[in-house]
Design a protein around this ligand. Structure first.
Ligand code: MLT
Length: 303
């Protein structure tokens, strides 16, 4: 019998992947395995029985990897399982960074009066909430893994020019990319040439603060930045200055704890990138299968 601790709500179809030989609970002192989503484990004691941790998601920055490595605990993630969900939200982010739909919706809720009065006010709103089309503009994609590649292809299909950079580009990832996506030789090339920049890299010591005053200075005036990867990739204090000065026209982030939250040209979404039933099911199933295969057979996939 294996004890599995769930630190977040995990889709039922995933939990069902563990068979009769498993006891699953959200309150277990010394489990054999842990399944979680975004719960931060950094302050948690790692029990003596713990052998594997499965993250139902791509990022593992909520797990103390170094501590796990020291103790021989294997950490799994579910690359690609939520890529489509994130891609769809990034495309929405791209559109709302350009078209002033979010402010327009807020304003429309304040309209009152007869049908004719509302229609008259709407005429005014039409010119107040003008924003550019994305077709023909350049999207820079930093990171061309499962999500970045899907975003690049979707933006290409929407008529954007796409330039991407990934220092760890795999052959598989290259095959997934539309042939229209231009491979930049450096991140700077992406910064210098993009009207929109979207981040799809993991957060770690090497990537935290990728968007800072130095990199912002290389970007086009009026650039729009999308962050559906991790909040720590952006130096908020530096970004606030760039937003204030209009260097950055809009910042769309899936991490609303950012210091720039209250600024008018910031659209903050409460970490909903992977929040679709399809993605939650995919991630839960993949995480459970990985952990089970490891606990029962010692197999290690996506660690
Ligand atoms: C991820 O890293 O894939 C996401 O943060 C998953 C989630 O939202 O739980």
């Amino acid at each position: 019998m294996f004890d599995i601790l769930t630190l977040n709500k995990i889709a039922k179809c995933g939990l069902e992947k563990f068979g009769d030989n498993y006891k699953i609970s959200d309150n277990c002192e010394n489990p054999d395995g842990i399944v979680l989503r975004s719960f931060s484990m950094h302050d948690m004691e790692l029990g003596s029985n713990l052998k594997g941790i499965a993250r139902a998601g791509a990022g593992t920055n909520n797990i103390p990897i170094d501590k796990c490595t020291e103790k021989g605990i294997v950490v799994f993630n579910t690359p690609g399982a939520n890529a489509n969900a994130v891609k769809e939200l990034v495309i929405l982010g791209l559109l709302i960074s350009s078209r002033k739909v979010v402010s327009g919706i807020d304003w429309a809720k304040t309209l009152a009066g007869s049908g004719a009065e509302v229609a008259k006010a709407v005429e005014k709103g039409k010119s107040a909430y003008v924003g550019p089309e994305i077709q023909g503009k350049t999207l820079g994609v930093i990171g061309l893994g499962a999500i970045g590649a899907m975003v690049a292809n979707a933006a290409d299909a929407l008529g954007m020019k796409v330039i991407g950079f990934d220092p760890f580009m795999t052959v598989d990832a290259a095959w997934r990319l539309s042939s229209a996506v231009v491979h930049a030789n450096s991140m700077d090339e992406v910064f210098e040439n993009s009207d929109y920049i979207t981040l799809h890299i993991p957060a770690n010591d090497a990537t935290n603060g990728t968007i800072n005053s130095e990199t912002l200075a290389k970007m086009k005036d009026g650039v729009r930045i999308l962050n559906f990867a991790r909040g720590s990739l952006v130096n908020d204090a530096h970004l606030a200055v760039a937003l204030e000065e209009g260097k950055v026209a809009c910042y769309v982030t899936d991490f609303p704890n950012d210091a720039v939250l209250s600024m008018d040209n910031v659209i903050a979404i409460p970490h909903l990138g992977a929040s679709t039933p399809e993605s939650e099911d995919n991630c839960a199933k993949m995480a459970a299968e990985e952990l089970r295969d490891f606990l029962e057979n010692g197999n290690i996939k996506n660690s």
